[in-house]
Design a protein around this ligand. Sequence first.
Ligand code: FAD
Length: 304
Amino acid sequence: MSAIPRPSRSHRLVTATPIRVSFEFFPPKTPEMDVALWDAVTRLAPLDPDFVSVTYGAGGSTRERTHTTVARIVRETGLRPAAHLTCVGATKAEVDAVVGDYWAAGVRHIVALRGDPQGGAGSPYEAHPDGYGSSADLVRSIRNAGAFEVTVSAYPEKHPESPSLDADIDVLAAKVDAGATRAITQFFFDNEIYLRYVDKVRARGIDIPIIPGIVPVQNFKQTASFAARTGASVPQWLADRFEGLDGDPATRRLIAAAVAAEQVFDLVDHGVRDFHFYTMNKADLVYAICHLLGLRPKLEQVAA
Ligand code: FAD
């Protein structure tokens, strides 16, 4: 008696519908961090991501560094960069100038955000008197400034300031009405939360791609504390997996790879084909997960 062979999930992954990925980096503060960032970019570039994004420090604190990093990506690689931009604590003229500088540098994709309140996450948000009042206003202005692609944030567990998930989805709808063409989610660990959120967003009539933001857990304690600030829940099963490993980074890395692979494979099984990875400027875990997903080096993206 012979059973009909069923292709394993990993076999299907390498051969099925292509997976598309994007990678998020943060601008480096020191020469050492610059080397680490560029190592990560160089390692991940041959996977031919859809785009790579560079964050904008709280309150615009990395304005110059973000610009320098994005401009270098344009100059030295074949990658398509997306520059994050917030409108907190800045006049419209200042924000418009940054948008103009990006256009001049060859950037055509902006991740448009309101940004955290200047008093820090949790304190009340006040728009600059001469600034953009909301992320939707920022999106509209960027779209009017040029042929930019504009990506925005989405919060499957609602933004901490939001009174309800429905109110949060109203804000997403306003950003889409203003011209946003894609959303990237806050990171999450329970896929059901994301899948239910996408259902709700679709029921609300929003049809732009809602790309799951995946954070490989490089350091559980750090991730848990970041999650607490951003309103992302950390399931007990995840804490259990990292229990007792504080002094064992090698095992932690193996567990982190297994956890992230499990999460993305489950999303693939639910039909998800696009993933945004929060790399923390470290390539190895993300590279391994992309390899498992069937991605192989394609182009020599980075100049020698
Ligand atoms: P929005 O989507 O505009 O709003 C989020 C929530 O805030 C709303 O749902 C609502 O509850 C409330 N809210 C906003 N405006 C109003 C209003 N007018 N009236 C009532 N309620 C309102 N931060 C950075 O500093 N730099 C970055 O590079 C960066 N990148 C990010 C990338 C992604 C993919 C994500 C998910 C977040 C990122 N953030 C970044 C964090 C983000 O700036 C904070 O979460 C910030 O507090 C909200 O900005 P937003 O554009 O997401 O807000």
